[in-house]
Design a protein around this ligand. Sequence first.
Ligand SMILES: Cc1cc2nc3c(=O)[nH]c(=O)nc-3n(C[C@H](O)[C@H](O)[C@H](O)COP(=O)(O)OP(=O)(O)OC[C@H]3O[C@@H](n4cnc5c(N)ncnc54)[C@H](O)[C@@H]3O)c2cc1C
Length: 481
Amino acid sequence: MNCKPNKEQLTRRLAEIVGDDAVLADKRELVVYECDAYTLQRNPPTAVVLPRSTQEVAAVVRLCAELDVPIIPRGAGTSLSGAVLAVDGGVMIALTRMNRVLKIDPRNRRALVEAGCVNAWITRDASAHGLFYAPDPSSQTACTIGGNIATNSGGPHTLKNGVTTNHVLGYEMVLPDGTIEWLGVEPDGGEEVAGFDLRGAAIGSEGMFGVVTTVLVRLMKTPPAFKTFLCVFESVDDASQAVSGIIAAGIVPAALEMMDQLITQALEEAYHFGFPLDAGALLIVELDGLAKGVEQQAKQVDEICNRNNAREVRLAAAAAERAALWKCRKRAFGAIGRLSPNYVTQDGVVPRSKLPVIMRFIRTVSDKYELRIPNVFHAGDGNIHPLILYDEREPSQVKRALQAGHDILDKCIELGGSVTGEHGIGAEKIDFMAKQFSKDDLDAMQQLRRVFDPDKRCNPHKMFPGAKRCAEFAQKKQIPA
Ligand SMILES: Cc1cc2nc3c(=O)[nH]c(=O)nc-3n(C[C@H](O)[C@H](O)[C@H](O)COP(=O)(O)OP(=O)(O)OC[C@H]3O[C@@H](n4cnc5c(N)ncnc54)[C@H](O)[C@@H]3O)c2cc1C
């Protein structure tokens, strides 16, 4: 692989395709693109292109194939696993100018959008028809549908409705050799397609199979009734038992989210919702569906929470209160700035019944490494998000933050879980792949990757053991040995 293309020649040829105003190659402009929301590793790409059409994307990709230059697809750069790192330079193809909602089709409950379309814009446009797009990552006001496909994003409300793969019917993708393919259901096609489900195979491939350009998504009918509860507990253990109790009762809430004391205090300081500052843990439980069923489930949830020592079960009385509660939850990571200059989010999964175990373990890790670790997470899925706080100006804190994250992920594997629920492996968690998967599993994944990208030129150095690290190239000082 040619890691050091002639930059001048490359940018000139890129500009011939997309125009001068759609190529960034100046050192200062590239700073924005040197990392995603995982800021522990950084390296700038050689150039960034901002295409406006699938044809432009395909021409850029063909040029990179000709010059043997790596390509890195990018949406909004909100990945929390370093999935968009230009580890070895290369051309970053940012889809942010291809951001239109092309068509809302209420009759067939579908929307056709460009891959750079921001997640929340689909529901914004579909809501006039009583429809919504279900997967709602907390980053949904920024992240793009292309990024959601590449990471198979979840969100607070995917417990009941399923994650991205359950709502993407089909999409257009530019393969690493520049050919344009449509995978899955076509825009005017029926709901079923013949043959292998290559649509599904490429969802979650972290930008390594090609560049998604246009997407056909499924829309759902907005439920007629909602009930949203804020349940206050003295301890994380009690809240975790309530989570298990709700699921064991056969209730599948629309959302079931937990926040511990430290994150609650940061949220209250930032957004003034009225959270009790001395509570050990809070649960947000949202029920939706037909009014009668929701009413009945609400009684059960109230009873289960009280049985597990809830101090209070508060119903959001009006739509405004429900919206305020969700605003706080979805902006939780933003409130961390009140606690610490830097944080790294982990994304582990444990069986729901092991939530008390992993939460206790996180407290011991916090003590061991003398770092604060607030928690806000998708409890209903057993998908934890410990936020490890550190100060990057203190090299020993950076080292301890990394070790703390590793301990937590090792424990998730030990408990029968996974090292990612929704954020992906990216550059961050490469070392865990060999712990979670056998060599045969990894070989099979690489074989599938080679079907799409025989040269491994598309978003290289991600996911698989043996991939090179950013630190090996440029930023050794970022990660102290
Ligand atoms: C505050 C905050 C909250 C978050 N909450 C959640 C959450 O609740 N659930 C969740 O799942 N994630 C969450 N995330 C993580 C992140 O937002 C998701 O992974 C999201 O899907 C990334 O979308 P993006 O457009 O920012 O993609 P990027 O970060 O730009 O890219 C992510 C990956 O997608 C690939 N990619 C991007 N666009 C394309 C494309 N068009 N074609 C092919 N590959 C592409 C990239 O190469 C990379 O591998 C959160 C992040 C933040 C910062």
